[in-house]
Design a protein around this ligand. Structure first.
Ligand SMILES: Nc1ncnc2c1ncn2[C@@H]1O[C@H](COP(=O)(O)OP(=O)(O)OP(=O)(O)O)[C@@H](O)[C@H]1O
Length: 578
């Protein structure tokens, strides 16, 4: 049962119809077979008993029955085929969507531990195995078992000695196949890992192809990729090399049963304790059950391999999502109380306490790696603090429903990601229900309307993968338009570090001014001149708040902020003159 649960990636109900219809189709498939046995019995009757006439009328009826049964079989196979493929594709499509939705609800801490290639491969590759499992393997296994089981029952009734000879070696075959099961589990897991590693290396190679070209790195990365392919080859050969002989031995046992039956039959026939018709019946049936049994034996190993893919999906689906069901309050101040946080075993934020009042502008500044982005990620609940609390409107954010909380927050990050879609739809991500007029209004406020109108199809222009058709500044403004459209009371902003040309910089600044108006804003500032007017500036160093206050107050302290300010004044001069 757990195999079926896994092979369907946790949706065994999808197998109900395929199993039902396939079993019916297989029963229908027995009819021509039974008629064949009856035809043989009629033809051999005059030879066994010379006084008996060939019953031609009955023989014709058998022929007619065979034609009718062919039609019946065809009619039974159509719904079976349809239900197999419907079951397979709907299980995979729904499963993929369920998994993608589940991933969205997991904490970034968990997702960061997983390779994105691994997850993508799971959604596409593992579900393809699930599809194949439902559409091919399960029906194949049913087909492979229905006929032999019925044959064993029928033949035992006809002559138990012949049936015993036919199935004598079958238990050995079953033991051998079960033996493959544990080997398959062990080798299958390492084969799957090698497959994932090869897929990840390939993705890394393709993603980094520009850097590889730019730095002429063809050697090293390619060696890693080639190594991964070689490992995959090694594992594939090992799995086949070890499992192949065992499966072949199991098949040999089944074949041996046929030979043993013929020898037993000849012996009994000569001894006079078996009649010719029974012998012929056994010969016909014995030769026909050989194929499905072989299919079952070979298919079992494949079945277990597919099961492992489904099991991986099920395990991921069981990974707990971020908790919290309280609705966020209508007050939008953010208060940090002794918050500490680290990524895995690396401590990043240490006992951070700060109050960010509703409607105020808080700037986070500090050296690279001091924890500024981490603070923003904690407010958006991408992660929860290891200790301490972050309160919004006086309530612990950890207890709030993550999705409802995200509706309260607009984010504009440095690494803007645009979807491969039109500009209008990329802005619409801010609010799905927005009209074209509202989208254009947001774009105008974000100083984007003019450049959008100059594009070949205006708002309907496709932006390319990740927004590759647009410049860095343009992408940033689109993401600001998106945030303006969302109209959330809290804005998290990560100022672009890349040096923008003065025109772009001015436009982005104007766009940001529109976005932050009247909201609680928490912004990472790399260029200190942009935060001179902030309500408060929080200076972080090595995960601790070392200074806090307004621009002039911090300058007067002559500490880290004052040093950073002085340094930037000097480098601005240098940048302009270069
Ligand atoms: N996902 C992650 N997993 C592990 N460590 C991380 C992760 N993200 C950041 N870090 C580490 O946490 C520390 C703080 O990073 P963070 O990005 O918050 O700093 P920052 O002040 O925003 O830096 P920058 O100004 O360079 O963007 C750094 O040492 C960084 O290497």
């Amino acid at each position: 049962m757990s195999i079926l649960y896994n092979i369907t990636a946790g949706a065994p109900r999808k197998l109900l119809k395929p199993i039902l219809y396939t079993t019916l189709a297989n029963f229908a498939g027995i009819i021509p077979f039974a008629l064949l046995v009856e035809a043989a019995r009629l033809i051999f009757a005059p030879f066994v008993d010379p006084g008996t006439q060939l019953d031609t009328l009955r023989l014709w009826w058998v022929c007619g029955g065979m034609v009718a049964s062919l039609v019946l079989l065809y009619l039974a196979e159509i719904p079976a085929y349809r239900s197999q493929f419907r079951g397979a594709y709907s299980a995979a499509a729904e499963g993929r969507a369920r998994l993608a939705e589940h991933l969205r609800k997991l904490s970034l801490g968990f997702l960061n531990k997983r390779d994105p290639g691994d997850l993508a491969n799971m959604i596409m590759g593992d579900f393809t195995l699930v599809e194949h499992g439902i559409s091919h393997l399960v029906p194949q296994m049913i087909g492979a078992l229905v006929m032999p089981v019925l044959a064993l029952a029928g033949l035992s009734f006809l002559d138990w000695r012949m049936a015993a000879a036919l199935f004598a070696a079958f238990p050995i075959a079953i033991v051998l196949v079960l033996l493959t099961s544990s080997i398959q589990r062990k080798l299958g897991a390492s084969h799957m890992r090698a497959k994932l590693d090869a897929a990840n290396r390939l993705q890394e190679y393709l993603n980094g192809i520009r850097v590889i070209k730019a730095y002429n790195l063809k050697g090293e990365r390619f060696v890693r990729l080639e190594g991964a392919f070689k490992q995959l080859m090694k594992h594939s050969i090992r799995i086949e090399g070890l499992l192949g002989p065992i499966v072949l031995s199991a098949i040999a046992c089944v074949r041996a049963g046929l030979t043993l039956m013929v020898i037993t039959g000849v012996h009994l026939l000569l001894g006079g304790s078996l009649d010719l018709i029974t012998f012929v019946t056994f010969l016909i049936i014995g030769s026909r059950i050989f194929d499905p049994l072989t299919t079952a034996l070979v298919g079992y190993a494949e079945f277990r391999y597919h099961e492992q893919a489904g099991e991986r999906i099920v395990q991921l689906l069981e990974e707990p999502v971020m908790q919290g069901e309280r609705r966020p309050p209508e007050q939008h101040d953010v208060v940090w109380k002794d918050v500490s946080f680290g990524y895995m075993d690396k401590d990043v934020l240490k006992e951070v306490s700060v109050s960010m009042p509703s409607g105020s502008f808080t700037a986070l500044v500090g050296p690279s790696g001091s924890g500024k982005s981490t603070m923003l990620r904690l407010i958006a609940r991408f992660y929860d603090p290891d200790s301490g609390k972050i309160l919004m409107g006086g309530q612990d954010m950890k207890k709030m429903e993550p999705e409802a909380l995200l509706r309260k927050i607009s984010m504009v990050f440095q690494d803007v990601y645009l979807f491969q879609d039109t500009i209008a739809n990329n802005i619409r991500f801010g609010r799905n229900s927005a009209s074209q007029r509202e989208i254009e209004e947001a774009a105008r406020k974000a100083c984007s309307h003019d450049f959008i109108m100059k594009l070949p199809q205006g708002y309907d222009t496709m932006v390319g993968e990740g927004g590759s058709m647009l410049s860095g500044g343009e992408k940033q403004r689109i993401s600001i338009a998106r945030a303006i459209l969302k109209d959330a009371p809290i804005v998290l902003l990560d100022e672009a570090t890349a040096s923008l040309d003065p025109e772009n910089e001015k436009e982005i600044q104007m766009a940001i001014d529109q976005l932050v108006r009247g909201r609680t804003v928490i912004a990472i500032a790399h260029r200190l001149k942009t935060v001179k007017n902030a309500d408060q500036i929080v200076v972080l160093d090595n995960g601790r708040i070392v200074e806090q206050g307004r621009h002039q107050e911090l300058l007067a302290l002559e500490g880290l902020y004052a040093r950073m300010w002085k340094l930037q004044q000097e480098t601005v001069g240098w940048r302009l003159s270069s």
